[in-house]
Design a protein around this ligand. Sequence first.
Ligand code: ZN
Length: 240
Amino acid sequence: MNVLVWNEYRHEKQNETVAKIYPEGIHGAIQSFLQTDDIEVSTATLDEPNHGITDERLKETDVLVWWGHQAHDEVSDDIVEKIHQHVLQGMGLIILHSGHFSKIFKKLMGTTCDLKWREADDKERMWVVDPSHPIAEGIGQYIEIEKEEMYGEHFDIPAPDELVFVSWFEGGEVFRSGCTYQRGHGRIFYFRPGHETYPTYYHEDVQRVIQNAVRWVSPVDRTYSTYGNAKPLEKIEPKE
Ligand code: ZN
C-alpha cells in the first residue's frame, strides 16, 4: 500500500515551539508512525513544485493524508481538482485537524465546514461512539489528550456516514471528531486532533486511530463501472 502524507509545512519553519515539537515536520512525524513492512509512506509539502503532487503520484497513491492550516488558499485549484478526481475514483483521503478548511475537504463536503475554536490548553476527552468500527480498533472507551486546541459545535458538515468519535472539552464544548464519508468510490475520514503547538501526533492512541484509518479508507479495488450508452446483454425482441 502507498500512503502520501501531505503537509503545508509552514508553522514548523516559522514558529520555534512547533519546530521543537516536530523537528522533521508534522509530515515527518506522521510518516514515521505509519511506515510498516506493507505500507510505503512518502511525503509532500506545499512549497514543492506542484505542492509535490502530480497525476502520476496520485495514481500510485492508495491513501492521501492531509494537514493544512494557514495557507489553504495557496493550494492551487488545479491540484485540488486532481485530488478530487482521484478520491471519486477510489483513493482514500484522511483530513486532519485544521484541514477542515482545506479546499479539498470543503469541495467534497459542499458546506462551509466552519466551527468554533479556542487555544486555551483545554483537556480533550474523545469518546468512542462506534466501538465496533474498524477505525476505533484497539482504542478503549475514550482517548484523553492533556492539552489541545478546542473545536466546538456546530461543525458545519453534512451528516457523516458514520460517526466514530465525539470530543468533550474542558471548557464545556463537544465536537464530532471522527467522521467518515464516501464520495464516489473513495472513502474519507476526518479526524480532529493535531494542533501544531501540541505533541498530539506522538500520542499512541492518536497514532493508532490514524493507522486504523489508513487501512479503512484504502481502496477495496480499482475496477470502475462503465457509464454512458450501453449495448444490451441479451437479445431484445422486436416489439409490435
Ligand atoms: Zn489548530
